[in-house]
Design a protein around this ligand. Structure first.
Ligand code: FAD
Length: 433
């Protein structure tokens, strides 16, 4: 029976022949062997690219979730891959462990977050996949396979960021840290100061990021550092309220840019500073209720401020409909073959466009700026890159593709979108030559 599927923003839709929710690895393996082609696995559908889209089978691991086991001394936990980050936070806190870092939300499944190299911010903090100690997955022939860092480091580096194309993850073992508290501070400063002091300010905190508020000339800087102090109340979230104000000014003053700039600047300068201490799980994630589409590029660190200045100029000159803040983060280098942070300290810049409007003109105009500065796209966010481009951006690309062929020789996990990403030409009988 056909059903429909769509991603969080509503931009990507699919009408597969089958949507399946296996209860365990055995049922999943049977689906991989027999369900209609191509078989794509969904996490929480929070990617903006058609990674999950399939007219064959979409598999959700929502029933394959929860804690499998843990080792207190090593702060290590093995969890099922369908576990949502929100549930994972509670599980880990309950066993005295914490995630070293997190992105903006806690809605993703851990398998989905790993699949696209989901990240938070911090010059010394890696993305989620850098926590991987072991992976267990069902390969393209329905066989359960397992690799550990100790046993086969290359396979961990090959399959840690895998876009749902190197097997369906069933369980992952993650290296966490003992539970901790964070002091989080937020304040606004002129964007000129932020761009000038970018490297020192980003490196001065365990985790630092900032948002540029379009038309304001100001950035909001967010710094988090480990703290032994007692918890203090987290201020009530006003992100959505702030967005609503920016949207209203965009709509009413769209053709009066000077007045829009004046009012936004005045309002942003008055945004009060924040300073509070909370357990790690109460700090990182926020609610994102206003739907948007997003592009994020991961640039060589030192290119960040230059690219950002160009993106701001483009936005304010040519795209008056844009009102979402531009998000800037840093991510530590790692060794994973398809990680956008592969062997380089990164500055990530993310632009957002209201989901009610067509995002493509803005994204198409911004992408050449990111590419000119050596950017690698976030796998889960809008981009137009294809296999030939990735081959130049990823030194271990060919090695990764060889591992993919070994895991999925019959291209069970290859949809038309994935074929474009991986440069897979179907040969006679649909099999890659
Ligand atoms: C509001 C919002 C905020 C966001 N904030 C951030 C952020 O702060 N930082 C950031 O980096 N990204 C962010 N993202 C992007 C998001 O984290 C990624 O796109 C992530 O991959 C989505 O996870 P998901 O569980 O929804 O996976 P999906 O989007 O459903 O799937 C993502 C990929 O993982 C694969 N996959 C899923 N489960 C498995 C599995 N069990 N085995 C193998 N492959 C699997 C899928 O096939 C697909 O290729 C945000 C997205 C939204 C909508």
């Amino acid at each position: 029976m056909a059903s429909s599927w769509s991603n969080w923003s509503g931009f990507v839709k699919a009408v597969p022949k089958l949507i399946a929710t296996p209860a365990d690895a055995g049922e999943l393996a049977e689906l991989v062997r027999s369900a209609p082609d191509p078989l794509r696995v969904a996490g929480a559908g929070h990617s903006f690219t058609p990674l999950v889209q399939s007219d064959g089978t979409i598999v959700s691991l929502e029933k394959i979730e929860g804690l499998v086991s843990h080792e207190a001394a090593a702060s290590r936990a093995r969890v099922r891959a369908g576990t949502r980050l929100g549930a994972l936070m509670d599980i880990l806190q309950g066993i005295g462990q914490g995630l070293p870092n997190m992105g903006d939300i806690d809605r993703q499944a851990i398998g989905g977050a790993l699949g696209t190299a989901t990240h938070g911010s911090g010059t010394t903090l890696g993305a989620y996949h850098t926590q991987l100690e072991a992976v267990q997955f069902v390969d393209g022939q329905g066989k359960l396979r397992e690799f550990s860092r100790a046993g086969d480091r290359d396979m961990i580096h090959a399959t840690g960021v895998a876009l749902g194309a190197f097997g369906v993850l069933t369980e992952v073992t993650m290296n966490n840290i003992p539970t901790y508290r964070l002091r989080r501070r937020k304040w606004v400063l002129p964007i000129g100061d932020m761009l000038r002091d970018f490297e020192t300010m980003m490196a001065a905190h365990r985790s630092a990021e900032f948002y540029y508020i379009p038309y304001s000339g100001y950035a909001q800087f967010i710094a988090s550092d480990v703290s032994a102090a007692a918890s203090t109340p987290r201020p009530t979230q006003d992100d959505e309220e702030g967005l609503a104000t920016l949207r209203k000014l965009r709509t009413t003053l769209r053709w009066l840019p000077s007045l829009r700039r004046l009012l936004i600047k005045g309002a942003v300068k008055k945004v009060p500073a924040e300073d509070y201490v909370q357990d790690w799980l109460n700090v990182y994630a926020s609610d994102r209720r206003t739907k948007f589409n997003e592009m994020e590029y991961h640039l060589p660190y030192e290119e960040g401020p230059k690219a950002l200045a160009e993106i701001i100029a483009l936005t304010e000159k040519h795209f008056p409909e844009v009102y979402f803040p531009i998000e800037v983060r840093s991510v530590a280098p790692d060794e994973f073959w398809l990680s956008p942070f592969h062997k380089r300290l990164t500055c990530s810049i993310a632009i957002h466009h209201d989901a009610a409007n067509d995002p493509l003109p803005f994204m198409r105009a911004a992408e050449p700026i990111f590419l000119k500065h050596g950017g690698r796209p976030h796998w889960g966010k809008m981009h137009s890159q294809q296999a030939a481009d990735f081959k130049k951006l990823y030194p271990r690309w060919d090695d990764a593709m060889a591992v993919r062929r070994d895991i999925d020789p019959q291209n069970r996990f290859v949809s038309p979108y994935m074929a474009g990403l991986f440069g897979i030409e179907p040969g006679p009988f649909g099999i890659q030559q």
